[in-house]
Design a protein around this ligand. Structure first.
Ligand SMILES: Cc1ncc(COP(=O)(O)O)c(C=O)c1O
Length: 405
């Protein structure tokens, strides 16, 4: 197994060959309920007929052009994304980490344009995850990911919800950008409060720091609105998207407001593959589904799932906390979530473990009422077998200080 491949992943043994909706099938014909969706990606589930038709059509026409030439779909995707996010311009990428790199470069360039090129540092939050390339890795809080690659870019981390520390840091640092996830994904499905998000906006405006919302995991409708920041009524200067944006094809986007739309000049940023016709066709299929009301299902199934998880919390003391909203949910346990995830997997439910003690539940947006019911039953069966309040044995991957508001 894994012959000829770098040893960066711990993969399950099963070989998956097909799927339909929120169901995945392995090579033995066994079906699994996929409540991980390729780590919060496959919004339209598997085997989506409209996506297959659009891709077949596009493959028969033109797959790749580079950004030296035009195709009909770049502007269509860009303008629709701008409308949904209150932004004015998009730069397309092939992944989340590249979208974040674009945001960091944009912030640096904006400081040059403004005549403050000495403002090079970044501020981010404890527990935050922003990617694995050198720039985005510099802001990712978990030391395990950064340590082997030091030195990186200068970044200061502040505890989530600590508005005073954030004010102090932004005033002292005179950083290029503050980068935050409105709902931390890898940090344990931790939702930032409306008050903290609004205060971060005010402080960035006051200090001339660009506010970047990393919505790579929380965005594109996963929390029930197109952006998680929209629940708090906050408009950042830059927003990064990826994961579900092209229904499973590799695509990301860095979007910015009119004030920063012309920050990059020709040739100052680029990508060979990004925003090509094939991924843009996929993104249009996803955006069409959003327009047809897909986020209504995210809201309804999210409420159903959350109510079920809260029921488990009332029933089993080993369940510590229910986190998140929409279809970005976390079940925090007094137990290693890693072990529970393996038991769930054996029982046919795919989720994963984040921050050591949190089960991350991020199903496709098309998940059905009966699939949510089945997933809750499987969770109940597995959780019922756990010792009642065993202390967590797993290290918390991204320790987050509890701060009184
Ligand atoms: C909030 C956030 N930012 C950035 C990334 C990096 O995205 P990618 O893995 O597509 O490079 C992720 C991936 O999990 C993420 O959740």
């Amino acid at each position: 197994m894994d012959e000829g491949v770098m040893k960066t992943y711990a993969r399950a043994d099963e070989v998956f060959v097909s799927g339909h909706g929120a169901v995945l099938q392995d090579s033995t014909g066994r079906e699994f309920l996929d409540f991980l969706a390729g780590i919060a990606v496959s919004a339209l589930g598997h085997g989506h007929a409209g996506l297959a038709a659009a891709l077949r059509d596009q493959v028969g026409k033109v797959v790749h052009l580079s950004n030296l030439f035009r195709h009909p779909y770049t502007e269509q995707v860009a303008t629709r994304l701008c409308t949904l996010t209150d932004m004015a311009a998009a730069f397309f990428t092939n992944s989340g980490t590249e979208a974040l790199e674009c945001a960091l470069k944009l912030a640096r360039k904006a400081m040059h344009v403004r005549g403050t090129p000495q403002r090079t540092s970044f501020v981010a939050l404890e527990g935050g995850f922003h990617g694995r390339t050198l720039g985005s890795l510099s802001l990712t809080h978990n030391e395990k990911y950064r340590k082997p690659f030091l030195p990186l870019q200068q970044c200061t981390w502040v505890a989530p919800e600590d508005s005073d520390a954030l004010a102090r840091t932004l005033r002292e640092q005179q950083a290029a950008a503050l980068v935050i996830e409105p709902v931390q994904g890898e940090g344990g499905i931790r939702e930032l409060s409306t008050g903290f998000l609004q205060r971060a906006r005010e402080l960035c405006t006051e200090t001339g720091t660009l506010l970047v919302h990393d919505e790579i995991q929380s965005g594109c409708g996963r929390t029930g609105r197109f952006l998680a920041g929209q629940h708090a009524g906050v408009i950042p200067d830059v927003v990064t998207l990826a994961k579900p944006i092209a229904a499973g094809l590799p695509m990301g986007a860095c979007l910015t407001t009119a004030a920063f739309a012309d920050t990059f000049q020709k040739g100052e940023h680029g990508s060979t593959f990004a925003g090509g016709p094939l991924v843009c066709r996929a993104a249009l299929v996803f955006l069409d589904e959003v327009e047809r009301g897909l986020l209504g299902n995210v809201q309804d199934r999210g409420l159903q799932m959350r109510a079920g998880l809260e029921g488990l919390q009332r029933e089993f003391p080993v369940v510590r906390e229910v986190r998140g909203r929409g279809l970005m949910l976390g079940l925090r346990l007094h137990h290693s979530a890693d072990q529970v995830q393996k038991d769930l997997y054996r029982a046919g439910l795919i989720v994963n473990c984040t921050a050591g003690d949190v089960l991350r539940i991020v199903p496709p947006f098309v998940v059905t009422e009966s699939q949510v019911k089945t997933a809750l039953q499987t969770l109940r069966t597995v959780i019922a077998k756990l010792p009642s309040t065993a202390p967590t044995t797993a290290p918390t991957a991204a320790p987050v200080k509890e701060v009184k508001k």
